[in-house]
Structures are given as C-alpha cells and as structure tokens.
Design a protein. Structure first.
Length: 433
C-alpha cells in the first residue's frame, strides 16, 4: 500500500505513463498538482476496513442485522465492504499486470510475500487466542442470545476438532477452497477474516492468464474469458458445494470481473480529457441501480463502485473531484489505507482482547454502551497493532518479495535486457484491503 516504495504505492511519481499522463498540464508537460487520480483508492480501503471493524464490534456485542433497517443494518452487513474490496482488487491487479513487465513467477513471488507473512503470524496468534474468544462467549450472556452462544461455542469447538486440517490448509492459503461438507468452517477457522486472503490468493494464481486473454488480439480468447467467468458464476450457484463466505473464487468471480473490466474502461477514458460530470452521472446511475432492485443490499458495493469509478474518471481540476477527493486523500485516511491489510486481518483478534477486558472490568454495561466502548477501544488498538505490523513485518516482507522477484530477472530466467534494467512504475497496492 502507499508508503511501500516501488510496487505497492499509490504515488505514480516522476513523469507517469499511460493512465496518469493524460492529466499532465499540456503546456508544461509536468504532472498535475494532484499526485495521482488513483490515490483515492487507498483512502477508500481505509473506510472499508473501518466499516468491517465497526460491524464486527457490534456483532461481538450481540447485535444482528435481522430486524434492523437503514444505516444500522448496513453497518452490520460486513460482507458488503469485502465485496467492494474485491472489486478494487480486480481493478488494481489488472492495472499492475498492465503497467509492470514481469513474468508469472515474479508476479506470484511478489503476491505471496504481500499476503503470507502477516497472515501466518496472525494465524499463529489466533490459535491460543480462540480460547479467550470462547471465554468471552460464555461470559457475555447479558449481550448474546442463547442461540448465538450455542452457535459460537460450536464454531470455535469445530476449529479445534479439525486443527490437523486447518494448519496445512492455512499454510498453503487454500483454506477457502474447502467445502463445508469436507471440513467445517475451514475458510474462517481461528482468523475469521482470513477467508479473503485465500480468495485473493486464488485470484492471483489465475490473474496473469486472465489478463493475457483479456488483452489478446484474438477475439476468441476474450470471448473465452467471458465464457469461463460466466460458467464459474453459474457453477457456484447450481453445481459447486457450499463454501463458507463463498471463499472459493467461483463464488466471487463477478466482483473480480467487474473490477477488471472497470480497469479497461478507465484506461480507455483516462487517455482523454473528460467532462466535469462523470462523478455526478455515476452517482445518479448508482442510485437508480440500487433503487430499482428488489434486493437492495447486494447491489450496494456495485453502486458504490460505480460512484467511485466516476470519481476516478473526473479531471483532478473538476469541481466534483476537488470536493470529494479530500475525504479520500487526507493524510490520516491515506495512512489508514496504507495499513488496511493489517487492520483487516487483526481487528477481530483485537476485538476479542478488548471484549475480554470489558467483560472483566465492566461487566454491567448496557448492550449499547458495551458495543460503543468495544468499538472505540478496538479501533484505537487495531490502528496501533496494525501500524506495528505494517512497519516491522508487512513492509519489510513486501520489499523482500520485490527484491526476490526482480532477482529472478538477473538470473536470466525471464525477459529481455530491456526488461532486466527496467524500473517498475509505482501502482496502487494490490492487497485485498
């Protein structure tokens, strides 16, 4: 994410090519005052991870979306920000594949080091911490219903019963592929949000081939890619066994497809100066899309993405961009976006610890006060923990993965002499959050 030099930063500094070149001042040939029109992606990730954190804090306090409406229900539907993050991932990965000249091996090496170090550390931490989570469940009867306690107790118990399967599956990051009929809750064992890591890894494994087909000069390959995506989409709904959270790629292929397709729209339109109405038009389209749907909630991530893509298509000098972009590009939001991957993976573990403290020292709080204090404490602690994870683990391993990936070029495994000496451009972070 931003702040990680070279490959995982939003800032396209120097004299950028292609996507941001269109925003240079025609008379001076220098980039516009805006660092990059893509910079808001980092800020959007920050809001999404805070949304997920808030929802999970209220879940832990016993609130459920059933029976709620409006904003409270929206906050508790934590799969919605994840779906939007998946769309962003499709967009950014195709941007990365388009802008950087690297082989499949290089791509996979960098992506592995992007995901694995923080993920596996938190899995190790989460295993003993699940005992504390079970203590919370059994001592939160004033907030949780008997059904919730029974469900959560059985869930944690299943993790330990199948730990001999969970450990190797997590080490390979394929835990999201395992159906419920084979191993119960394989996709969310011990670190519940980690199903997204497996889903993202599955996408990384096939993304270079998908991109190659998408940009092929042969129409049949492009049509074949669309056909494969459609087949996976239908198979997930009518053929494949259930996977918790839809953590297998076919169950979320439509979101990756939308993000990838949006990249090509963006690439085509970014080469031209656009009118100042792209964002307002996108907002209207998003509202119409959600309003006419009989099932509003599943379309919320798509509607938000349509609005955000409209913002990216605006000129940085437009009124809409200048009005909205500060919400996404101010230093605080950018920093939270930079550490959002660590925040997403660690926040439930932090919630467990904070709830234990509240149940121990302030057990008589009302449900609403308990939820509010849990959210406030968990948010602050998650930011502190994630900052440490980012600076001392995530960023160093991103650098290590980058160095190893580009060392492969020097070993003569790939590329031409031009490719070996090429300094890769900076592109937005391609983590799931």
């Amino acid at each position: 994410m931003q702040g990680v030099p070279h490959l995982d930063s939003l800032e396209l500094k120097g004299h950028p090519h292609g996507l941001v070149q269109a925003h240079s001042d025609p008379s001076s040939g220098t980039p516009s005052a805006a660092v990059s029109r893509l910079q808001p992606i980092e800020g959007l990730r920050a809001y999404l991870v805070l949304w997920a954190l808030a929802g999970h804090a209220f879940w832990a306090a016993g609130y459920e979306p059933e029976g709620l409406s409006g904003l409270p229900k929206l906050v508790l539907l934590t799969h919605l920000p994840v779906n939007l993050a998946i769309i962003i991932s499709g967009f950014v990965i195709f941007l990365s594949l388009d802008k950087q000249r690297e082989t499949y091996q290089q791509f996979i090496v960098r992506r592995f080091f992007r995901l694995f170090p923080v993920f596996i550390l938190l899995v190790v931490v989460a295993i003993p911490l699940s005992i504390l989570a079970l203590w919370n469940v059994t001592h939160a009867g004033q907030y949780l219903t008997s059904d919730q306690i029974e469900h959560l107790t059985a869930s944690i118990g299943s993790w330990w019963e199948n730990i001999q399967w969970h450990l190797p599956l997590h080490l390979l990051m394929i835990h999201g592929l395992v159906p419920e009929i084979l191993v119960t809750e394989a996709s969310q064992a011990f670190v519940q949000p980690a199903w997204v890591v497996s889903l993202e890894w599955q996408f990384y494994l096939v993304a270079p081939l998908a991109f190659a087909w998408a940009v092929s000069s042969k129409p049949l390959r492009r049509l074949g890619l669309c056909a494969v995506c459609l087949a996976l989409f239908m198979a997930a709904r009518y053929v494949l066994p259930n996977v918790m959270h839809g953590a297998a790629l076919p169950f979320h292929v439509e979101y990756f497809f939308l993000g990838a397709a949006s990249y090509f729209i963006y690439k085509r339109r970014a080469a031209h100066q656009l009118a100042d109405t792209a964002f307002p038009m996108a907002c209207c389209l998003a509202v119409f899309l959600v309003w006419v749907s009989s099932s509003v909630w599943p379309l919320v991530p798509i509607g938000l993405w349509v609005m955000f893509l409209g913002l990216l298509l605006e000129q940085p000098s437009s009124f809409s961009f200048r009005l909205v972009s500060p919400l996404l590009t101010n230093p605080l939001v950018q920093y939270l976006g930079r550490i959002s991957y660590s925040m997403y993976l660690s926040h439930i573990l932090v919630i467990i610890v904070m709830q234990y403290a509240l149940l121990t020292w302030a057990p008589d709080l009302s449900q609403f006060v308990h939820a509010g204090m849990l959210l406030a404490c968990a948010t602050a602690a998650t930011i502190v923990v994630s900052a440490g994870l980012y600076h001392y683990l995530e960023a160093p391993w991103i650098h290590a993965g980058r160095a190893l990936a580009y060392k492969l070029v020097g070993q003569g495994q790939v590329g031409t002499q031009e490719g070996m000496s090429r300094v890769p451009e900076k592109v937005p972070s391609s983590s799931p959050f």
